[in-house]
Ligand binder design. Structure first.
Ligand SMILES: NC(=O)c1ccc[n+]([C@@H]2O[C@H](COP(=O)([O-])OP(=O)(O)OC[C@H]3O[C@@H](n4cnc5c(N)ncnc54)[C@H](O)[C@@H]3O)[C@@H](O)[C@H]2O)c1
Length: 382
């Protein structure tokens, strides 16, 4: 069976869905990989390296998709170029990030085209599927890069320096939301020598934060909200006010703030008000990783850097694309491990919807929307 790896078309994207190691893995499983010319260029992979790994190179987007039974992408096919979906053969399997709960027009289009769409976001976060979890691998990249970006914008050092020209005190970082991205932000800020404080509404996180050498912010009030599957849920209004008080007390001393707080399926919680930004030292930097779901800071604009009250508020929308070599390497590992769930040893594909990974991750199949959460999202609201 032919596996297609098209060149990503999202503006600013530098990742690729499969690196040469992934080509070798799929070739061993009896699949023949075809990569669009230049697809790996911005992730540091040349067409020759793909050839050496056993892939062939297609000259164009239409050629790479032609006759492919499997299509591997990082970003969802764009609806503004109708060929990105139309070029996929009916009954082919597309594996990609799809944002299926919000990108409903795409889901409809994929169903109409009878494409089987497997969403990397819907791979369940069970222990067995950790090596297929692209949300986590790409959040790791984002958390790391957020701190580097903030450090680069800071008019200060982060580490402590004892020099002949005097002693420089270490910078202070505050991380709000300590999931995968937040924990990596904490670890990175610590590696750069910052003194780090962090907060999350899931109490289980305290120990993880402390094991990284950061301080977990605490209050006498109950500001914990853990819902199904260990994910955060929304705080009550009163709890939210208490959380804002806690953050207001900590943020005035912070040089660098990274926010990552999200609640699955909802707008990001507001954690930093304009008053809090005003209370920060001029020159401080906020990197808001929740910018695309509304932002954790009231002043964030997705995809922009806002300067307000002397504070830079950065709202990046695709940080993993900034570290394309390792982001692609990790994504490629995630996707090849996921494929092993439904590709047999001789390259035969058998989708088993009883499989605890394949079932939940499949969005469309034979013209139908398979995933219950996506189906619910498509219902007209009452
Ligand atoms: N394979 C696995 O088992 C696996 C892998 C990764 C993550 N997980 C689980 O997923 C969950 C978090 O994952 P994520 O990193 O994708 O999270 P996420 O990106 O959805 O959210 C980031 C963080 O924001 C926090 N948050 C939400 N509201 C907040 C608020 N008001 N104030 C402060 N923080 C707030 C959340 O608790 C979470 O830690 C955890 O339960 C984690 O254990 C499981």
């Amino acid at each position: 069976m032919k596996v297609a790896v098209p060149k990503e078309t999202r503006p600013g994207e530098r990742r690729v869905a499969l690196v040469p190691l992934g080509v070798k893995t799929l070739a061993k499983a009896g699949l023949s990989v075809v990569v669009e010319a230049g697809a790996g260029a911005s992730a540091g992979v040349s067409d020759d390296e793909y050839r050496e790994a056993g892939a062939s190179i297609a000259a164009s987007a239409s050629e790479v998709l032609q006759g492919a039974g499997l299509v591997l992408r990082v970003n969802p096919p764009s609806l503004s170029d109708p060929d990105e979906v139309a070029g996929i053969s009916p009954d082919a399997i597309l594996v990609s990030f799809l944002s299926p709960l919000t990108n409903l027009d795409l889901v409809r289009r994929l169903a109409e085209s009878r494409v089987t769409a497997v969403s990397m976001e819907l791979v369940p976060r069970i222990t067995r599927a950790q090596s297929m979890d692209a949300l986590s691998s790409q959040a790791t990249v984002a958390g790391y890069k957020a701190v580097l970006m903030a450090a680069d914008h800071l008019p200060k050092f982060l580490p402590m320096f004892t020099t002949a020209a005097g002693t420089i005190r270490p910078g202070k970082a505050l991380v709000l939301g300590a999931g995968v991205a937040g924990l990596q932000a904490i670890a990175t800020a610590r590696r750069l020598g910052a003194v780090v404080e962090a907060f999350d509404v899931r109490p289980a996180v305290k120990e993880q934060v402390e094991s990284l050498g950061a301080t977990f912010l605490e209050t006498e009030h109950d500001v914990t909200a853990e819902g199904e599957g260990g994910y955060a849920k929304e705080l009550s209004e009163e709890q939210h006010q208490k959380e804002l008080e806690l953050i207001a007390g900590a943020i005035t001393g912070a040089d660098l703030v990274v926010t990552t707080a999200q609640i699955p399926g909802r707008d990001a919680p507001l954690l930093i008000t304009e008053e809090m930004v005003k209370s920060m030292r001029p020159g401080s930097v906020i990197v808001d990783l929740a910018s695309e779901s509304g932002g954790n800071c009231a002043l964030t604009k997705a995809g922009e850097t806002v300067v307000a009250h002397g504070v830079q508020i950065i709202g990046p929308t695709n940080l993993p694309a900034e570290i394309p070599v390792h982001a692609s390497q990790m994504y490629s590992k995630n996707i090849t491990t996921l494929l092993a769930e439904f590709v047999g040893e001789e390259g035969q594909v058998a989708l088993d919807f009883e499989n605890d990974v394949v079932g939940p991750a499949t969005v469309t199949h034979q013209g139908e929307v398979k995933n219950e959460r996506v189906r619910q999202a498509m219902q007209p609201s009452a």
